[in-house]
Write a protein that binds this ligand. Structure first.
Ligand code: RRO
Length: 314
């Protein structure tokens, strides 16, 4: 029995990764992910220049998940590109690195992509179109025309492997429209979902919000979001060209959650809220739990059940 997963011409030991933003801001956090049992890992979404992000408290664990309004704090594009190039030099032949960018404008994204294109970077770039937390900046992927225009410009200059991080959608019309746009581009993957934007959590004792930015509004993660994440993974798996793989993110806390994302069609799996709660040791626990479920069901590999969700009309 194996959890090995082939994605972008590479066989990863297992499908698990961190979700960008969790445990990946600094070189020392990234080194901990590298030493963990995760099959791969990704850097914090970055901007051209360093950002302090929103005022604290800006991340809060709640009983059914988390709420955050980090506001894109990061150490700047060059910090992560320098790390990525050094990592690749030291780890030739190891699994490719995922590199997340989230420009403050289309021009910022195109500038970072041009620098990645012209660098020696050999890994996979994730373009985050779904940060819900920068005051005054709506999530780009909720604007279908702007998403199409940006991807057109991106693929006119960028030839390395590229995936995009999407927000959750909640209507079949939106799944259809977004899939029709994405199918026009040679994307390596689509990552669904980012946090459910702009939730509001109230502390019952104090009658107060629990994070400071945006009067308490923030992106939801964890148990709250799993059904929405599974729906988005399934909706894109059944609509996108098969060359475009799906990374499933949202509400993965245990082996069963991971198994469900794989049944819906995900190839790689990312963990945010639960990684924040447990630290990188989660990857040991969850790989074992997934292996136990596969054994109970008689599967030797993920490929045997990926995408094979049953519906009631068959
Ligand atoms: O930094 C953040 O506030 C943040 C980002 Br960029 C994102 O993509 N998703 C999220 O929940 N928080």
């Amino acid at each position: 029995m194996t959890l090995e997963t082939t994605f972008f011409n590479h066989t990863f030991a297992n499908p698990f990764m961190n979700a960008s933003g969790v445990h990946c801001m600094t070189v020392s956090e990234l080194a901990e992910l590298d030493r963990s049992s995760a099959g791969a890992f990704i850097t914090k979404s970055c901007t051209l220049t360093e950002r302090a992000g929103n005022p604290e408290p800006r991340y809060f664990d709640v009983p059914l998940g988390s709420i955050n309004s980090m506001g894109l704090p990061n150490l700047g594009f060059s910090y992560y590109l320098d790390y990525a190039l050094a990592y690749e030099k030291e780890n030739e032949g190891k699994q490719p690195l995922f590199f997340s960018i989230a420009g403050m404008s289309a021009a910022g994204n195109l500038e970072m992509l041009t620098m990645i294109e012209n660098s020696a970077f050999k890994g996979i770039t994730e373009l985050n179109l779904s940060c819900p937390n920068v005051p005054g900046k709506p999530q780009l992927a909720y604007d279908f025309d702007a998403t199409f225009d940006l991807l057109k410009q991106v693929f006119a200059r960028f030839t390395k492997p590229l995936g995009i991080k999407l927000p959750p959608y909640f209507d079949f019309a939106h799944f259809d429209q977004m899939a029709a746009i994405l199918n026009q581009f040679p994307l390596t993957y689509v990552n669904s979902i980012n946090s459910i934007g702009n939730g509001l959590y109230i502390d019952p004792k104090s009658d107060s919000v629990v994070i400071k930015p945006k009067d308490g509004f923030g992106g939801l993660g964890g148990e709250y979001v799993k059904p929405t994440a599974l729906a988005n993974v399934r909706a894109f798996y059944t609509r996108l060209n098969p060359e475009i793989k799906i990374i499933g993110t949202g509400g993965i806390r245990n082996g069963q959650d991971a198994y469900e994302h794989l049944l819906c069609g995900a190839t790689m799996l990312q963990i945010g809220t639960e990684l924040h709660k447990e630290g990188p040791a989660i990857f040991d626990r969850i790989t074992k739990e997934l292996a136990v479920i596969m054994e109970e069901k008689g599967y030797d590999s993920i490929a045997e059940f990926r995408g094979k969700l049953k519906t009631m009309n068959e």
